[in-house]
Design a protein around this ligand. Sequence first.
Ligand SMILES: Cc1ncc(COP(=O)(O)O)c(C=O)c1O
Length: 391
Amino acid sequence: MKIKWPKRIAHFEQPRQWESMRIAKELEAKGMKMLHFEEGDFTGYRTPDVIAEAAIKAIKEGYTKYVPGPGLPELREAIAEEMERRGRPTDPEEVIVTSGAKFALTCALLTIIDEGDEVIFPNPGYPPDEFWIKYVGGKPVYAPLTRPDFQWDIDALQELVTDRTKMIIVNTPQRPNGMVVKNVKEIAEVAIDNDILVLSDEIFSKMVYPPNKHVSIASVPGMEDRTIVVDTFSKPYIMTGWRIGWAVAPKEIIEKMSIFLQNSITNVAAFVQKAAYVALTHPEAQEANKNLVKDLQKKRDRIVNKLRGVPEFKVVEPEGAFYVFPNIEGTGKSSKEFTRYLMEKYGVAVVAGTAFGSNGEGHIRMTFAVPNEVIDEGVERIKAAVESLGG
Ligand SMILES: Cc1ncc(COP(=O)(O)O)c(C=O)c1O
């Protein structure tokens, strides 16, 4: 049968940011020993026991059935308290529990964006946002972040605003470079002056290296009723595979997102929600998050120091998340060419900066939530790869 595909899926392609993962698997199948820096996940880490045990207990207690769509009341309350700590007073009815932050972003975009609406989107940014904007016929408008530290240029932002601008997407600390957005107040001013909504992706909020601090744009006066905050349990509690995240927004938005959620996934598995409640409220889980951040900070320092030993690279120290985004222009190769070369000839899998937008050109993204030996050997191989280009 010949399927007549709808126009709205004309942009469907395998996720660009996972292309390196796919290529790495193919090369491994051919026998290559690959070092993995391309995954947006943890290698060598496990969900803290206190969280895992809470899920097992909840399954045994019968939390295995349908539950209210927007989330278990105690979890919504705990998330509201978390948001209050970020400076945005929150009622539990302004909270929805979703299957990962990605689904919260999807729910928000599909519920709010209309055909022809413009959404200002950071370049480089998070590709799934763009994917869903296009799906509903909206227009992604790329806000180029300034180099070398990938901050928002407020004058440029102001110029991008039109009477069709419905939303600005902010992600801090940012993917793919780990930088904390410094000018959230100025972005908020643009949003308020032009009556625009903000979708604030804060999934690395609990992965910030001191002295840097996370600031939620929702805490800026005047932003409470125009911001949708999205966060996750995936990264801070090493729960990437559990698929649970959340959104906080004004009640009228949450009600619509909840209708979307109830008619799609119905609800996030109850035992997963019970475990997430423990993640957010149990001192042991909070301690595990603090230790994780300390551990990752050491890895950040290790990889940054080593990469700075590659003369052709320029490396800005990431302030949060667990990605480093070195500038590789000195190699004379494009991001994509250099990525292919590293993978095919040296068995080092990284992601081309352009997988996150055109403004990622000249960069590669490397995950440092990997064992120290992988960091050490990986950077040695990269050094050899760059040296052999020079020769
Ligand atoms: C910026 C950003 N937002 C959202 C997500 C999705 O996270 P989750 O696992 O909660 O769906 C990711 C995943 O890596 C991300 O990098």
